[in-house]
Design a binder for this molecule. Structure first.
Ligand SMILES: Nc1ncnc2c1ncn2[C@@H]1O[C@H](COP(=O)(O)OP(=O)(O)OP(=O)(O)O)[C@@H](O)[C@H]1O
Length: 332
């Protein structure tokens, strides 16, 4: 049987089937469509302006490694005029983050991008290893997610950047839409499909997801064919069961209809919240000044729980803490 030609160039032999569209493509055309779609996302949503200093949230995993590679490439190809940095958060997870940070250090050298590493230990006085000792394995993702979000903002302030980009991809966004619907979390449902958050509160930096419409399978393929150096081990503490259910459900949907991922994102984007639905208002944390929808930000509540030996304090959904010594996330 003759080899199948690439359905775009019709010249080269097709080497892969594109997960998003099921087209059979040669490698060069796959690289071209993948990179062009990310460029179009950036342009259509006006993510950057000339002269922006942009930090790439770099975990060493496939998504952020491909993001660093592609953003550097597009910045040069289309002359965006961006100054790029790698920003990594060391959560203090022995046997996982220490290894993945070694990958980020190699990426720093491979892509010639400056790297800043900021740790939970220096910001909060706690590593995830110690937090897991205190809270167990069940709820530790809550601490990690809240602390990481703030750590990235604090690292960005230290770097003096205008903007943080993360490697969240289409699968991540669609899973989050599903999870927020299942939880009835209207406020998060509205926010989770935004490609860029403004960062107008003090201490918050603009944040965006250039891979919002990029399929995870395509990111993996891109990394594989380009032989990018990334770290592929799952977090040793990561049994985020609820997201796991949403992920498994999404994979099933994708298997029978590849457009399901984009369809869910578009459905999430189109949902309108009725004007009379009460939404949380964003203010400032009384202790550390970080953005908060209650008197204290979530990080300060969680930290106070840890420091008082009451680690479940912030997990039960309580956003305020009883009076006590003011312990805040350390300002860098
Ligand atoms: N420790 C970290 N330091 C800096 N950025 C991070 C860190 N962890 C996650 N991020 C950012 O958040 C994005 C989503 O993180 P998540 O934990 O969901 O991992 P992921 O989907 O496996 O992504 P990746 O493949 O890049 O690790 C990452 O792509 C990255 O940009």
């Amino acid at each position: 049987m003759p080899p199948t030609p690439c359905s775009i160039c019709q010249r080269e032999r097709a080497m892969l089937r594109r997960p998003k569209t099921l087209q059979r493509l040669c490698r060069s055309c796959f690289y071209a469509v993948f990179e062009t779609e990310v460029h179009q996302t950036i342009q259509r949503h006006g993510l950057f302006k000339r002269g922006d200093r942009v930090a790439i949230g770099a975990s060493g995993g496939k998504d952020s490694t491909v993001l660093a590679y592609v953003l550097k490439l597009l910045n040069e190809r289309y002359d965006y005029g961006l100054e790029l940095f790698l920003l990594s958060v060391d959560e203090g997870i022995t046997g996982y983050r220490d290894d993945s940070l070694e990958t980020v250090k190699r990426n720093r050298d491979q892509y010639a991008l400056p790297l800043k590493i900021i740790s939970y230990e220096e910001l909060y006085g706690w590593t995830m290893d110690r937090i897991v000792e205190a809270v167990g394995r069940k709820n530790n993702c809550t601490f990690c997610g809240v602390f990481r979000r703030q750590a990235l903002d604090r690292g960005a302030l230290l770097l003096g950047v205008d903007h943080i980009v993360t490697g969240h991809n289409a699968d991540d966004v669609a899973e989050t839409v599903l999870m927020n619907i299942l939880r009835g979390d209207i406020a998060r449902l509205q926010r989770c499909t935004e490609i860029m958050t403004a960062g107008d509160a003090e201490g918050a930096v603009r944040r965006s997801k250039p891979f919002k419409y990029a399929y995870e399978k395509e990111i993996v393929m891109y990394a594989y064919f380009k032989k990018l150096d990334y770290f592929s081990t799952e977090c040793i503490y990561s049994p985020n069961a609820y997201r796991g259910y949403a992920r498994a459900f999404l994979k099933d949907l994708e298997a029978s209809r590849p457009s399901a991922i984009l369809d869910i994102i578009h459905a999430g984007e189109a949902l309108l919240i009725r004007a009379d639905v009460k939404m949380p208002t964003q203010g400032q944390c009384e202790r550390c000044g970080y953005v908060a929808s209650n008197r204290l930000c979530k990080a300060c509540v969680l930290l106070e729980g840890l420091n008082r030996g009451l680690p479940k304090l912030g997990i039960s959904g309580r956003a305020s803490v009883p009076d006590g010594p003011a312990v805040s996330a350390k300002q860098p």
